[in-house]
Ligand binder design. Structure first.
Ligand code: SOE
Length: 370
């Protein structure tokens, strides 16, 4: 069994989700690689040490550059805010490491392109973590679409709705600072709908976008005054696919009651599919079949469904965290086979170009080509 030493940079929400995946993957999947959770890096020595102890990393460090350069480190897992993705990924590629990066790939197209160039020049394996692609019901939808079961696709309709900053006095966290996050709902959650649109339907040729910021200043996290919100609170776009389909994408943090409502519906010439993260194990399917036709719900927890046989018997449903374990498993399989998995930094650049076109279109109030 080949062992690979992993170093993860960042240990908050995504760091916890990724740590859980690194810990679980070999317990449930026949991975060709044994990932060793070697080092977790962060800005706070105390915080990183606590994260190492709680999340299962052998060491902790506040010096990510030194860790990236270590000869005993094979994989760099980037779970920081977007403003650090490019610097870390480029250093990791130049050090010959496998580079695994959270979405969105970067805060700008230029940063994303420099990351792709660096991993290509170094010839290293690279992967972008868009975890929802590997929810079993969603992977089943992809299998059905690719098999032509709903025919030629006409519409993609994606929404990603949350409500965690509806309160105007909710503090200005890093996700609300352009310098840290690159954008607001656009890059944080609409990027998921966009990635699913590209994954399930195909490449996007042009967009008409609308960004809005409802609350333009908020209390600072340290309580020492207030700060400007320079990112979008909500992002919407009409999109045209290269293959002829049309669609809409919407990401908003101002939808009271919607906690993590990531939903899509796809309408094809022969039928429709719909999926909702808040009902993650279910795929709604409509295929025309005469007077008894109607939407039916497939509970995607049978062994025949993607990834499920590694876990539990049918009906013992899976959750959000399993999508990260599936992603890490596919990364390890790719490393074992010496191939670049999907999505990777090329997808990251393509996604970033669409995000940028949506932002440009919102400013120019014109359709923008990707
Ligand atoms: C916050 O909006 C967030 O944590 C996103 O950053 C993640 O990508 C999403 O999966 C859950 O919500």
């Amino acid at each position: 069994m080949t062992k690979l030493n992993v170093a993860m940079i960042g240990y908050q929400f995504m760091g916890r989700a990724h740590s859980n995946a690194w810990r679980q993957v070999r317990a449930f999947f026949d991975s060709p690689i044994h990932p060793v959770m070697k080092v977790v890096c962060g800005r706070s020595a105390e915080g990183a040490a606590r994260a190492a102890e709680r999340l299962g990393w052998e060491e902790s460090s506040t010096a990510w550059r030194e860790v990236v350069e270590r000869d005993d480190i094979d994989v760099i897992d980037i779970c920081t805010p977007g403003d650090l993705h490019a610097e870390i990924a480029i250093a990791a590629a130049e050090a010959g490491k496998v580079v695994f990066c959270e979405k969105p790939l970067a805060n700008t197209v230029a940063q994303a392109e420099s990351m792709l160039e660096a991993v290509r020049r170094a010839g290293v394996i690279h992967m972008l973590c868009h975890n929802y692609r590997r929810a079993p019901a969603l992977a089943l939808a992809k299998r059905m679409i690719d098999a032509g079961e709903i025919g030629e696709i006409r519409h993609f309709r994606g929404v990603y709705l949350q409500d965690w900053i509806v309160d105007p006095e909710s503090p200005r966290v890093w996700r609300l600072e352009r310098a840290r996050s690159g954008s607001g709902a656009l890059g944080d959650i609409a990027s998921h709908s966009l990635d699913l649109a590209r994954h399930l339907v195909g490449e996007i040729s042009e967009v008409s976008g609308l960004l809005e910021t409802f609350v333009e200043e908020r209390p600072l996290e340290d309580g020492q005054g207030r700060g400007i919100v320079d990112v979008d609170d909500a992002a919407m776009a009409i999109i045209r696919f290269e293959g002829g389909a049309i669609g809409t994408i919407e990401g908003s943090r101002f939808c009271p009651g919607r906690k993590n409502h990531n939903r899509f519906e796809i309408n094809g010439a022969l039928g429709s599919l719909a999926w909702d993260l808040e009902r993650m194990n279910e795929l709604e399917v409509y295929v025309e079949a005469g007077p008894e036709s109607g939407f039916r719900t497939i509970l995607a927890t049978d062994e025949a469904h993607p990834y499920v046989e590694a876990w539990w018997p049918p009906g013992h449903i899976l959750g959000y965290e399993h999508t990260f374990t599936h992603t890490v498993y596919d990364l390890l399989r790719a490393i074992g086979a010496g191939v670049v998995p999907e999505p990777n930094f090329e997808d990251g650049v393509r996604n970033q170009r669409v995000l940028d076109a949506i932002e440009r279109s919102s400013a120019t109030r014109r359709w923008e080509k990707v």
